[in-house]
Design a protein around this ligand. Structure first.
Ligand SMILES: O=c1nc2n(C[C@H](O)[C@H](O)[C@H](O)CO)c3cc(O)ccc3cc-2c(=O)[nH]1
Length: 333
């Protein structure tokens, strides 16, 4: 195997990619060449415009994490960050004040916004930013078009009893503490895959769905017209790793998002939600990894036509994550 493609969200996907890159370089993935290329197709529906800047959280989290600029503790934004601009904006009473824009991070958004204003597509901007960060993977946005996830929540003070907020407000300001009644990904149906995305799927030797949010991260990538068809057409095996362990998410808000689309919050249910490529309901997987805590769900996943195994899925360190990548390869060899 020489070409591995990963459909990734932010923090969970980025941590997985660290382990995958480590395993490829160490030559510990059975049948995978040590010089194999990793292509990351990243979710861009978390993106938002704020203070006139285009912010791309999942692209930046992958870029900073693999480029060794990430703040490990937060899992997003830059290490050794300062917040002077954020504080000054707050001093002017400029909203929103709830979003953490760091001084170093703002430089990334300034470069991106200037290039977008000059007419460069997001994919070209991302390539330019990666010339500095050298993440060691090819990083592609899922689309160059504007796509944004918005969440409808109950709001008794609103005439309709509901209010729609940008995904970032739901996640950062509201801490996903209220039920997501409806998730709407604005612009998704009209979007087209960014250059290289479909080829990265159809031309891969292996496609991986890391433990990112199956609704608002991987789910949005699958929603870009053409991506799901490419996954069902590729000759590469497609393997996913469950973001749900022991009945809940490890970090983030997969629990709330799965509930909002009526999918049971379990490792097995997420695998069945992605579905088997062997089936005819648009499924995209050949294999699905669940954590050892969820071994009792392996039989049901296999019964749906998926290869399935229960292995440790907690990304506690680089070796643990590398072992997860190896288990994914083993599952479909
Ligand atoms: O929990 C937070 N996450 C923050 N994130 C993380 C972001 O909400 C998540 O990475 C994804 O959107 C969800 O996966 C940021 C990411 C960026 O790229 C830039 C700024 C932020 C700011 C925050 C923040 O203030 N609080």
């Amino acid at each position: 195997m020489k070409n591995i493609t990963v459909l990734s969200g932010g923090m969970g996907g980025a941590r997985f990619l660290q382990g995958l890159r480590h395993a490829v370089a160490a030559g510990t993935l059975p049948g995978v060449a040590a010089d194999a290329e990793i292509t990351v197709v990243a979710n861009t529906a978390d993106d938002l415009w704020m203070h006139g800047l285009k912010i791309c959280p999942d692209l930046d989290t992958v870029m900073y994490t693999l480029g060794d600029g990430i703040d490990q503790e937060r899992g997003w934004g830059r290490r050794d960050e300062s917040w002077s601009v954020k504080d000054e904006l707050a001093a002017y009473g400029v909203e929103p004040t709830w979003f953490g824009l760091g001084d170093r991070d703002i430089a990334t958004h300034l470069v991106r916004t200037q290039m977008l204003d000059a007419g460069y597509p997001l994919s070209a901007v991302t390539g330019a930013l990666c010339n500095r960060w050298r993440p060691g993977v090819r990083l592609l946005p899922m689309t160059d078009d504007r796509v944004e996830t918005h969440v409808a929540i109950a709001d008794p003070s609103a005439p309709s009893g509901r209010r729609v907020v940008h995904f970032q407000e739901y996640w950062v300001r509201l801490r996903a503490a209220v039920p997501a009644e409806t998730v709407v990904v604005v612009g998704l149906e009209e979007s087209t895959p960014a250059p290289g995305v479909l080829d990265a799927v159809t031309g891969a030797d292996l496609v991986l769905l890391p433990p990112s949010n199956p609704v608002v991260s991987v789910g949005t990538i699958l929603g870009v017209p053409g991506v799901r068809d490419a996954l069902r057409a590729t000759e590469a095996p497609v393997v996913g790793l469950s973001p749900i362990v022991g009945g809940t998410h490890v970090r983030g808000m997969a629990h709330q998002m799965l509930t909002s689309i009526g999918v049971e919050v379990s490792a097995g249910a997420v695998g069945l939600h992605y579905g088997s490529r062997a089936g005819d309901a648009g499924g995209v997987l050949d294999g699905w990894l669940v954590d050892e805590q969820d071994a009792d769900q392996v039989a049901a996943v296999r019964a749906a036509g998926l290869a399935c195994a229960a292995v440790p899925l907690m990304m506690t360190d680089l070796d643990a994550t590398a072992a997860m990548a190896a288990a994914a390869v083993e599952l479909v060899r």
